[in-house]
Design a protein around this ligand. Structure first.
Ligand code: PA5
Length: 444
C-alpha cells in the first residue's frame, strides 16, 4: 500500500503538513500509552498482532459447519457489526458470482434497517433455502438487529427444528451483557466474544468481520497478515514520513484547517463501493462531534462522474478527495477490434479495459486538481485479502491519530443515542415513560 500526497500538499501553506508532526507524534504516543480520550477502546491498536493461528482455526472450523449445512447465511448486524464484513466480502467477490451456483453459502445482510418490505422479501426468499444466521451485536440490544434476529430465529427453528437450528446459529456479542448473550447461552449457540475494548467500527478484525468473511470462503489468515504488516508500518518508532497512517492523518487535518470540510473517498472499482460505506462510518462516527469533523462522503467512479462529477469539478470549493487506486485487476479483458469501426473506438482496440480505466483515473485526478480539489492517492497492488487487510489497519490507525489531532474523543459516539431515545419514547418502550410524555407534548 502506498500513499501519495503530492497533489494535496500544494493546496496548503508550505510546511503546514510537516508542522503537524508534533501533534501526530503526541497522538501516536497517547494511543500507544493509553493516555488519550477514549482509552478504554484501544483494543484495536494491537489486535492484528494478537490474533493467533489457533483462533483463526477456530473461526474457520465454525465457518466450515455453516458452509456444510447452509445454502445461505444471514449476517444480522448494523453499523460496525456488519459494514466491515460486507466491505471485505464485496471487495473479494465475483460481482456476478451470486448468479452462479456456488460452493460457499450466499452471504446476505440484514438487521441493518427496519424496512418491512426488506425483511418480508428476505423471509420470502429464505422459505426455500437452507439457511443459517450469524447474529452480531456488541450491546446485544440494538433494535434493528434484534427484530431481525427474532424473525430469523423463529424461521430457522421452524425450518430445521430447534436442535438442528442450534448448529447453524452463531452469536457474536459481549462476553456477559445483553439479550444476544442471554439468548446464546440459554439456547446453547456457538458464540464468539467482541472484546470490551474494541468499538463496533474498529471490530472488523474480531469475529464480527472474520467469521462472515471465512464463511464466504476467503482467507482470513491472509487478511490478518496484511493488517499485521500494516500495524508494523504504522508503529510509533517509524518516522512520520514513512508511516502511511501518520501521513494521511496529518494531510487531511492540514487540508481541514485550510477550510475544506468534506472528504470524498473515490474508487474506480465497483467492488469497493462498500469500502466507502465502512470508511464513512469509521471516520464519521469517530470525528463528527463537538461541532467539529470532516464530513466523509464517497463516490464510485467513473459511474458518479456522470452525476456527482459536476459538483466535484465545479461546485463549492469545500472538498478534497481521497482516491483508492487498485494497480492490477485480477482478470484480463481487452477492447476488441471491429472491422467497420462504427462506434469509432478502434483507437482503443487491443487495450486492456483497465488501461482505459487508469487513464480515466489520471485524467480525473488532473481535472479535479485543476478545479481546486486537493487529491490524496492511496494505491494497493490488487484486490486480495492481504491488501484489504493492510487498508483496514491503515484506515483505523489513521482515524485514531486524526481524531486526536482534531481534539475529539475518536472512540465514543454519544450522538447516535439521540434518535434511539426518541424512537423508544414513541414506541412506548418500558422505562421511557417520561420521555414518552415529553415527546407527545412536543408533537401536539
Ligand atoms: O460503531 C459503533 O459502535 C456502532 O455503529 C455500532 O456498531 C452499531 O450501533 C451496532 O451496535 P451493536 O453492535 O451494539 O448492535
Amino acid at each position: 500500500m502506498k500513499i501519495d500526497i503530492t497533489k494535496a500538499a500544494s493546496f496548503v501553506k508550505a510546511g503546514a503538513i510537516e508542522a503537524l508532526e508534533p501533534q501526530v507524534k503526541a497522538a501516536q504516543k497517547a494511543l500507544e500509552e493509553g493516555t488519550c480520550a477514549g482509552n478504554d477502546f484501544l483494543g484495536w491498536m494491537h489486535l492484528p498482532s494478537s490474533i493467533t493461528p489457533e483462533f483463526i482455526a477456530e473461526l474457520n472450523a465454525t465457518a466450515k459447519v455453516l458452509q456444510e449445512n447452509c445454502e445461505a447465511v444471514v449476517v444480522a448486524g448494523i453499523g460496525g457489526s456488519y459494514l466491515g464484513a460486507r466491505m471485505v466480502i464485496d471487495a473479494l467477490s465475483n460481482t456476478f458470482g451470486w448468479l452462479k451456483p456456488s460452493k460457499t453459502p450466499r452471504i446476505l445482510f440484514a438487521g441493518n434497517n427496519i424496512g418491512e418490505d426488506y425483511l418480508s422479501e428476505l423471509i420470502d426468499y429464505l422459505k426455500g433455502v437452507k439457511f443459517g444466521v450469524i447474529n452480531i451485536s456488541k450491546s446485544g440490544t440494538t433494535t434493528e438487529t434484534a427484530i431481525t434476529f427474532r424473525l430469523l430465529k423463529k424461521m430457522c427453528e421452524d425450518q430445521r427444528g430447534k436442535d438442528e437450528a442450534k448448529k447453524v446459529i452463531v452469536a457474536i456479542t459481549d462476553a456477559k451483557k445483553g439479550a444476544a448473550r442471554t439468548t446464546a447461552d440459554k439456547e446453547g449457540y456457538k458464540s464468539f466474544i467482541i472484546p470490551d475494548n474494541v468499538g463496533g467500527r474498529f471490530s472488523v478484525l474480531t469475529p464480527v468481520g472474520l467469521l462472515p468473511i471465512a464463511v464466504a470462503g476467503y482467507d482470513i489468515a491472509a487478511l490478518v497478515k496484511g493488517a499485521q504488516d500494516m500495524e508494523k508500518q504504522c508503529a510509533l518508532d517509524v518516522p512520520c514520513a514513512e508511516n502511511p497512517a501518520a501521513v494521511y492523518a496529518a494531510t487531511r487535518n492540514a487540508i481541514y484547517q485550510s477550510g475544506k470540510k468534506i472528504e470524498i473517498m473515490a474508487n474506480y472499482q465497483p467492488k469497493l463501493h462498500n469500502l466507502g460505506e465502512w470508511w464513512k462510518q469509521l471516520y464519521g462516527e469517530s470525528e463528527g462531534k463537538d461541532g467539529k469533523g470532516i464530513f466523509p462522503a464517497s463516490v464510485d467512479l467513473t459511474t458518479d462522474l456522470h452525476s456527482m462529477g459536476q459538483w466535484i469539478q465545479d461546485g463549492e470549493r469545500t472538498i478534497f478527495e481521497t482516491v483508492i487506486s487498485v494497480e492490477k485487476p485480477n482478470t484480463s479483458l481487452a477492447v476488441p477490434s471491429d472491422a467497420e469501426n462504427l462506434d469509432g473506438l478502434n483507437f482503443l482496440a487491443g487495450k486492456r479495459i483497465d488501461e482505459v480505466n487508469k487513464m480515466a483515473e489520471l485524467g480525473t485526478q488532473l481535472a479535479h486538481v485543476d478545479g481546486g480539489v486537493p487529491n490524496i492517492k492511496i494505491s494497493i497492488e490488487k484486490l486480495d485479502e492481504y491488501n484489504i487487510g493492510q487498508l483496514i489497519y491503515f484506515f483505523e490507525k489513521g482515524c485514531g491519530i486524526s481524531g486526536l489531532i482534531l481534539g475529539v474523543n475518536p472512540f465514543n459516539q454519544p450522538g447516535v443515542e439521540a434518535y434511539k431515545k426518541n424512537m423508544f419514547a414513541l414506541l412506548n418502550k418500558p422505562g421511557y415513560e417520561a420521555e414518552s410524555k415529553a415527546i407527545q407534548e412536543r408533537l401536539k
